[in-house]
Design a binder for this molecule. Structure first.
Ligand SMILES: [Zn+2]
Ligand SMILES: [Zn+2]
Ligand SMILES: [Zn+2]
Length: 136
């Protein structure tokens, strides 16, 4: 039998003394299962489940971060499911690639305009070369 102790809070309600105590009780009741329909990961402890949901899993955690949980992108303000934010969204908007001309890291979304910028520079340089060659 599981015995749960309550403490009396100032306003008369019943609260747990500490969230870790709450975790201990949850652990006694069985595995902590992720509530996201398409995930349902069975975590060993309530603490592991909390890390799973909030995206701070450590390497010992069996399930890692929940791919179904809503998270905020680290690089912009977009919110969405982790599987979208950390994959398709990140790859589309936040990956960079090295420019072969100036060696700067360019965001993929800026690649076309960056390329056009160098193309204009090249045109100006070619004009200078032609003007110089006409004179000799
Ligand atoms: Zn999950
Ligand atoms: Zn983003
Ligand atoms: Zn460049």
């Amino acid at each position: 039998m599981v015995v749960i102790y309550f403490l009396q809070s100032n306003n008369g309600g019943q609260i747990y003394s500490h969230t870790y105590q709450l975790d201990m009780i949850r652990n006694l009741l069985g595995p902590s299962i992720c509530f996201h329909e398409n995930c349902k990961a069975q975590c060993e402890t309530a603490a592991e489940l909390r890390r799973h949901i909030t995206g701070i899993s450590n390497t010992n955690d069996k399930h890692g971060n929940c791919q179904e949980a809503i998270t905020k992108c680290k690089y912009c303000n977009l919110h969405g499911k982790r599987k979208f934010i950390e994959n398709k969204h990140y790859n589309t908007y936040h990956t960079t690639i090295k420019c072969d001309i100036c060696n700067l890291q360019i965001k993929l979304t800026d690649l076309r305009s960056h390329y056009n910028y160098h193309k204009e520079q090249k045109n100006r340089l070619r004009l200078k070369v032609h003007n110089y060659e006409k004179k000799i």
